[in-house]
Every structure is written in C-alpha cells, then in structure tokens.
Design a protein around this ligand. Structure first.
Ligand SMILES: NC(=O)c1ccc[n+]([C@@H]2O[C@H](COP(=O)([O-])OP(=O)(O)OC[C@H]3O[C@@H](n4cnc5c(N)ncnc54)[C@H](O)[C@@H]3O)[C@@H](O)[C@H]2O)c1
Ligand SMILES: [Zn+2]
Ligand SMILES: [Zn+2]
Length: 398
C-alpha cells in the first residue's frame, strides 16, 4: 500500500510499505477515504518530537472497513467509520472511567495509545491507503451515508480537532453567558471557538497573527479576532471588553476594574508559540501560558489544550529541552484559577458531535482549506508548517 513516511526532520515521502492487516482477532482494517494532517504532526515534521525513521504518521482517520478479526462483533466489512486519534481498549482502569486518552493497555511503554504518533505505541498511522484498528468494536464510530458525501470532511474532524475543541472548553468550564479568550486560530483554536459558541459563550476572542486564520474567526457566531502583531493581545482583549464591562459587569457590586479579562482562558497553541515581539522569529514556549494566566479573571479557569512535551530536542534552552517552563504561577494562585490540561479523550465527545453535525447544528468543515491526494502530502506538510496563507486545515484523500 502507499503511505506517507517520516524519514528525518522535514523529509517525508510517499512510499510502498507492507499492507496493514488484521493481526489480532479484535482488529479491523479500514481503507482510508480521508486522513487529516494535524498541528500535532508538525512537531514530528520539525523533529521537535523524536520519531523512528520509517514511521507512517496520521491520527485523523476515517474510511470503510475492509476486513475484521474473528472476535469483532459490532463492526463489519463495508461499514463507514471514523476513529479517535487515541487508541483505547475499553477495559483498563482509565478507559472504564472514560479516560481513553490514557489507556493502560494499548501502549507497551507508557500510558496512552494512538495512531502514528511518537510515544503513543507501535501503531502505524492512517496517512496511507489502509490502517489497522486495534479493539475495533470499541474504537470504530459508525457513520451514516457513503464516502465523499456532504458530511465526509465534517465527520473526519470527529477524529481529533472537533472533540479536542469541545474538550478545551470543558477544561475551561465554559458555560452559557461566559467570556472566553482563545490563543491560536489553527484548526484546534477555531473549533474551540465553535465549541464555545455552541455552549453559549457571550464573548469569544481568538488570538493569532495569520490573517487567513483570523478571517475564519469571523465565521463563528459571537467570535472576535485579535491580531497579536498589533500589540499585546491581553491589552487588546481588555480594551475590546470595555463596552461589555460598562454595560454588564459594572452593575455587579465592587467589580470596577477588578475583573477586566475573561472567565475562561484557553491555550490552543502549545510549546511552539511565537514570542511577543518576534512573529515568525524566536519562539517562547511559555508565552501563551503567560498570556492566558494574565487574561483570565480571578476565580476563572485556564485550559491548556495546546501540546507541551516532557522533552523537546529543539527547545530554546536547557530547561525548555526538558519541558521545564517558567510560568506566572504566583499570579495564577493569587487569582485562584483552575488549570486543566492534556490530551483530549475523543470518545467522550465524538458520538454527540456526530449527531450535532447530522442535526445540522454544526458544520466544522468550514476550517478545511485543502483536499489533496496522498502523493501531495509532503508538500502540504511543509506549507501547513509555514502557516502559508490559506493553509488552515489539510485533508488527504488516499
Ligand atoms: N490536547 C490535545 O488532545 C490536542 C489535539 C490536537 C492538537 N493539539 C495541539 O494543539 C495545538 C494547535 O494545533 P492546531 O492543529 O490548531 O495547529 P497549529 O499549530 O497550526 O495552530 C497553532 C496556531 O497558533 C498560532 N500562534 C503561534 N504563536 C502564538 C502566540 N504567541 N499567540 C497566539 N497564537 C499563536 C499560530 O500562528 C497557529 O495559527 C498544537 O500544539 C497541537 O499539537 C492538542
Ligand atoms: Zn491531532
Ligand atoms: Zn484502556
């Protein structure tokens, strides 16, 4: 089968590799109809997350079931399915409590299994013609319709970024009427904003510097773009909030100026953040954590959905190389903020979001900018990595 293979940093090729096959009775193999390229794949592209040469990447997978093992009960040949990026068993201590992001049996070396991702076990990814699905009964989410219908791209986003966006808002405790600031207008940031809107947030600010991504923000009900190349985004959000504060917050006793920011602050950027004065120049891995803590009001909630790794070979200094960052903990403590973080447990959300799509209440594919053949993958990786104008979300069609 053809597959997109990682060779070394910034070197990916489409090659013939051994076909994916049923190895265990609980496996299925699917033939991919769509596979996404995720912002998380870029950490590997750049060598900022160590990968074995020859690894087939791809954790955003959907397609048609090609074959199933003898123990598979609920999934059959010809079914249309989407897979969570996490691979989980359904029966370990963490899975039984819903934490499929931290499965204890699908990764021999650590907690947490996943498709085609460094540190997430020996599973090949789906940027290929075929992919093997462990514990098919538990991991396959069935979809109605047929390949390449009007929902294909919406359904693909159920594998990762739409559930991840919803999880980001859950970690930030977003409720109806809440005020929300989201850093990063990549696929995750945009679908976090959509999720905040679906949960009824009253004000949503989304920070980035890539204009084509900020333009997408305007398509989300209640969301306002903030360009950090125009100045400190925290100050900009506080200024933008001024009329709302005057009309609402100042009616509350004692608030005058003490709650200038938002109640929910979300980092959808992670450790590869640009520093304040160096768009496209030097990175500052703690820039966004710093901003999110600053913009969140006393008693508010912070959600770190962007990735932070325990090691980063390309880190800006020795501490960053070991995932040790300097953050304003004192300020966070003084404000009494909650801080939640980590990988999204996709299975907690994907079935509900599928039904929301089918009900016509959400169309997440508005973020999709490119639909390309597998052979165009290596070039698309580079363009997406450069945040080239218009490259918001790339889907491959194997
Ligand atoms: N927690 C999870 O389960 C999960 C799942 C998927 C992705 N992720 C992570 O989410 C993050 C975002 O991924 P993505 O797919 O949206 O792609 P992405 O990396 O393209 O998006 C990041 C965006 O942040 C912007 N940015 C950079 N520095 C900034 C700053 N200082 N302030 C504001 N914006 C800044 C970039 O211009 C870019 O548009 C990545 O770290 C990815 O690994 C986490
Ligand atoms: Zn991802
Ligand atoms: Zn498990």
């Amino acid at each position: 089968m053809r597959a997109l293979v990682w060779n070394k940093p910034h070197s990916m090729t489409v090659e013939d590799v051994e076909d994916a096959r049923v190895d265990e009775p609980t496996d299925a193999v699917i033939r991919l109809t769509t596979a996404g390229i995720c912002g998380s794949d870029l950490h590997m592209l750049e060598g900022r997350a160590p990968v074995e040469p020859g690894t087939v990447l791809g954790h955003e997978n959907m397609g048609i079931v090609e074959s199933v093992g003898s123990a598979v009960r609920t999934v059959k040949e010809g079914d249309r399915v989407v897979l969570p990026f996490n691979i989980s068993c359904g029966f370990c201590f963490n899975c039984t409590r819903g934490f499929t992001n931290s499965c204890l049996t699908t990764n021999p070396k650590a907690h947490s299994g996943g498709f085609g991702y460094t540190g997430m076990g020996p599973h090949r990814g789906g940027q290929a013609e075929l992919v093997r699905i462990p514990y098919a009964d538990f991991n396959c989410e069935k979809l109605p319709g047929s390949p390449h219908d009007q929902y294909e791209d919406d359904f693909l986003l159920l594998s990762d970024v739409f559930p991840t966006g919803l999880h980001a808002t859950k970690q930030a405790h977003v409720r109806a009427g809440d005020t929300v600031a989201i850093f990063g207008a990549g696929p995750v940031g945009l679908l976090t904003a959509l999720s905040a809107s679906l949960r009824g947030a009253s004000e949503i600010y989304v920070v980035d510097s890539v204009q084509s991504r900020l333009d997408k923000v305007k398509e989300i009900e209640g969301a306002t773009p903030v360009n950090f190349s125009d100045g400190d985004p925290v100050e900009q959000i506080i200024d933008l909030r001024e009329p709302h504060r005057r009309s609402v917050q100042d009616l509350r006793p004692g608030s005058g100026g003490k709650m200038p920011g938002v109640m929910c602050g979300i980092d959808a950027v992670g450790y590869e953040a640009w520093g304040r004065d160096s768009v496209g120049g030097a990175q500052d891995p703690s820039q966004v954590v710093d901003d999110v803590i600053r913009v969140t009001n006393p008693t508010g909630h912070v959600s770190l959905i962007g990735v932070y790794f325990p090691s980063d070979p390309g880190g800006v200094d020795e501490n960053a190389k070991q995932g040790r960052l300097t953050v304003p903990l004192g300020q966070a403590w003084n404000k009494g903020l909650s801080i939640e973080m980590g990988q999204a447990p996709v299975k907690q959300y994907n079935v509900y979001l599928r039904d929301l799509i089918l009900a016509g209440r959400a169309k997440p594919s508005f973020i999709v900018s490119h639909r390309l053949a597998l052979e165009e993958g290596p070039d698309a990786y580079e363009k997406f990595d450069q945040r080239a104008p218009g490259y918001t979300k790339v889907l491959l069609k194997p």
